[in-house]
Structure formats: C-alpha cells, structure tokens
Design a protein around this ligand. Structure first.
Ligand code: ASP
Ligand code: MG
Length: 434
C-alpha cells in the first residue's frame, strides 16, 4: 500500500516524478516537445516538477540586485522584460484557453510589482528569494495550461502550500515532517481525480508564508523530496544530454555514455565536482531505494542512464576537470607547522570567508591547498593568513580527477603537463596541473 490506509483504490499505481529543467522549456517548440513527452505517459500518475524558463533565474537575480541597490526604475524595467518574455511565449503557443494562463501570470506579476515599489528594508537574501522564486511559478503556469489542452486531468499546484522550509533564505532547509504531512493531506488525494500534478522545483515557503529557495539548480532536489515522501516509483530528470557521460564531451571527445551508475558513485562524482545532478538529490532517493533516470528530452527513446542501488562493475574512467584553480602554499614562519594551532587557524579562516580547499596536502613545514579562484576570497585569505604564514600562490591551474583510472587515460590527460600535487586512492587519482 502506498498512500496509507485512506486510499480507496488498492491497485493505485505508484507515482512517477519527472523533473524538467529550464532548457526543456526555453522556447515554444521546446515547451511543445516537453508536453508531448508527458503525453506519452497517459494514464499514469505523474508528479511533474519544472524549473524556470531558460535563463529566467539569472534575469530575476539581476532584478533583485537592482532593487536592493535602491534602483527601483531599473528593477522595474528588468522585470518588465521578464514579464514580456512570458507573455510572448504564451502567445506563440496558440492555446485555446490562453486567457486562463494570462490571468494567472498577471496575478503573479502583481505580487512582485508591489514588492518592487517598496523600499528594501530587509536583507538581500530575503528579497532574493521573494523575487527569484517567481520564475518557477510563471513557467509552470504556462506549462500547466499547455498540457491541460492535451490532458484535462491535470492540476497546477503552488508548491509553497506544501513544501515547508526554514527561513535560511537562498539555501533553505526542508521541514520534512511538515512537508510529508501536507503532501498526504492536500496532494495525495488529488490523484483520485487527476493524473498529472504540476508544480515548481527549487522553491518552498516558511511557516510565515515567505517564499524560499533551495539553492541554484535545486529543482532536482525538489523532485527527490517528492519522490521520497510519496514513495514514488522512480524519478526521471529530462535533460539536453543523451545520458550521464564519463566526461564533458565538448572537452573530451572520447567521452562515453554510462548506462548505469550506483547512488554512491553519483555522490562521489558530485563530490569531485561533476555537474551531473544537484548533489542533494541522491540521498532522499537512496534512502527509499527509488531509481533515478537521466534521459534526453531531445530524443526520449534513448535509454539514458539508470541510477540505482546496484553497482556497476564496468565503469569507464570518469573524468572531472576543474579549471581556474589556484594553489596556495602556506609555509609556517618559524618552520614549525606540525602543531595544531596554525592548522586550526586556517580552518577558522576558511569558515569566515566561506571557502574550502578542493584538495590539500601537508608537508613537514607547509600546507598546499587548491581552491576555486574567486579572487576576492583568495586575496582575503592570503592577506589574513600572512600574519602567521609565508603565503605563495599560483593561479590558472587545472584540478583533474579521474575515478576508476587506468594508466592510458592518466598518461593521455597529463602528457605535457607539470604536476604540482597528486593524490591517489585505489579508485581515484587527483592532480593539480599547470
Ligand atoms: N531555476 C533554478 C536555477 O536556475 C533552479 C533549477 O533550475 O533547478 O537555478
Ligand atoms: Mg536549471
């Protein structure tokens, strides 16, 4: 039994959760394409999570910056462009009941316009979430209308009615038990009369009805939350790639498709910086053993990648490259690095400037650390640390990680490079290279 004892129909099929990202709805054609993918699953119970259209989230970030800087006119102008884009797309879709969606959009626009006419009095992150969360509301309003015209048993849901978070704006934490309870009270019964529920990824709300966001690219995570709490059959993330690849094919033509991966492998890949899926997505699925499919919305007949509890013993070398790395050497001034205090001091520094090395290595009298090169942070770090250490740094380096490496791949990728730092375990090699 899936939904607890209240459900009248014992044969009720399990819910499939789909997530469509911004690229899958960036043009009217892509919206139509997404609707036709959904149409293939007629008769099934679908919970569909959608991101903001194309680059809307970035555009809303710009609105927020202008507003908080007190540039009301600029904020309103930027917002006007976003409104127009959505209204235009709606027009190009040629819907019969386009007016319903237009009313809904205009209502939603008004919320933000009111806010933009106020003076900012609270902190940036609060306004960020109130403004940026709208992208998902607009995109889903349009998509719901589009899909409704092919399948009437559909309902649009404002996720803020059931996804409860704390008020850690821009990186809100989930209130799992409240969200579970609301889902079962208000969402699950809707499946009695609906096949498709369509809602927003990336956003939630506090107990005071303030909008929150879960961190950039957080829609994958939203899909995993719903799958976990609804005991879903599976999650499918529809992307503009064929499947998960062993490397970025634009940089490494030998990259191959990986047909299956274990949850643990994906967590490892994300840890080393592979941009496959939002890192928070895996745990909620792994805990309930719910498989995750990564599939192409361009060619939905391709098999894609299946991520599950089952481990794949035949993995190719998986390559993760991070460019724009800076290697910092901290050398203790009195040649006594081996004690805890200077190391502790560095840890405190990392915390205070919100950075962390991607990899680090001790020698007798120094510590080598490789960071993403955010110049403001790195300069602050070097400044502060120079009280205790002699600090030297080198920029423009590459951090290469190879999981399941073999000698050929290693040789090919390091040929002609100078290796400044290297770490190996049986499964993984990491190199900082010039
Ligand atoms: N629209 C949000 C972003 O661009 C969330 C997402 O796409 O997952 O970050
Ligand atoms: Mg996205």
């Amino acid at each position: 039994m899936i939904f607890g004892a209240h459900h009248p129909n014992q044969n009720f099929s399990k819910v499939k959760v789909f997530k469509f990202g911004g690229a899958s709805i960036s043009t009217p054609e892509r919206m139509q394409n997404t609707a036709s993918i959904i149409h293939r699953f007629q008769g099934e119970k679908l919970m569909i999570v959608i991101s903001a259209m194309g680059k809307t989230t970035n555009a809303l970030e710009a609105v927020t910056h202008a507003f908080v800087a007190g540039k009301t006119q600029e904020a309103l102008q930027l917002f006007e462009q976003i409104k127009q884009q959505h209204l235009d797309i709606l027009k190009y879709l040629n819907l019969i009941h386009w007016q319903e969606a237009e009313y809904q959009l205009k209502d939603l626009f008004t919320e933000i316009e009111w806010l933009l006419h106020d003076k900012p009095v609270r902190h940036f992150d609060y306004y960020y979430d109130q403004i940026v969360s709208c992208g998902e509301l607009y995109s889903t309003a349009i998509m719901a209308q589009l899909i409704k015209e092919k399948n009437t048993k559909l309902k649009w849901l404002d996720v803020r009615d059931f996804l409860r978070t704390d008020n850690n704006f821009r990186d809100a934490g989930i209130d799992w038990s409240f969200t579970a309870q609301r889902l079962h009270e208000v969402v699950v019964p809707l499946f009695d009369s609906c096949d498709i529920l369509i809602t927003q990824g990336f956003i939630g709300a506090t107990d005071e009805n303030e909008s929150t966001t879960l961190g950039r690219e957080g829609s994958d995570f939203s899909a995993a939350i719903f799958a976990n709490l609804l005991n879903g059959e599976s999650v499918t993330i529809w992307k503009d790639v064929e499947a998960v690849m062993s490397a970025d094919p634009r940089k490494y033509p030998e990259a191959v498709i990986i047909p299956s991966l274990s949850f643990t492998e994906v967590i490892e890949m994300a840890y080393y910086g592979a941009q496959v899926i939002h890192p928070k997505t895996i745990k909620p699925l792994q805990n309930k053993n719910i498989p995750l499919m990564v599939k192409s919305f361009i060619d939905p007949d391709l098999p894609g990648t299946l991520i599950s509890a089952k481990s794949n013993k035949n993995l190719p070398p998986i390559i993760v490259k991070k460019e724009q790395q800076v290697l910092v050497q901290f050398r203790s001034k009195d040649f006594s690095f081996v004690e805890d205090r200077p190391a502790q001091h560095l840890q405190d520094l990392y915390r205070s400037i919100k950075t962390k090395p991607n990899i680090s290595q001790h020698t007798a009298i120094s510590l080598l650390c490789c960071f993403d090169d955010h110049p403001e942070k790195i300069d602050a770090l070097a400044m502060e640390a120079s009280a205790l250490f002699d600090v030297a740094m080198e920029k423009n380096l590459t951090l290469l990680t190879i999981r399941h490496f073999d000698p050929q791949t290693l040789q090919q990728l390091t040929a002609g490079k100078t290796i400044l730092l290297e770490q190996r375990t049986t499964e993984t090699v990491q190199l900082v290279m010039r």
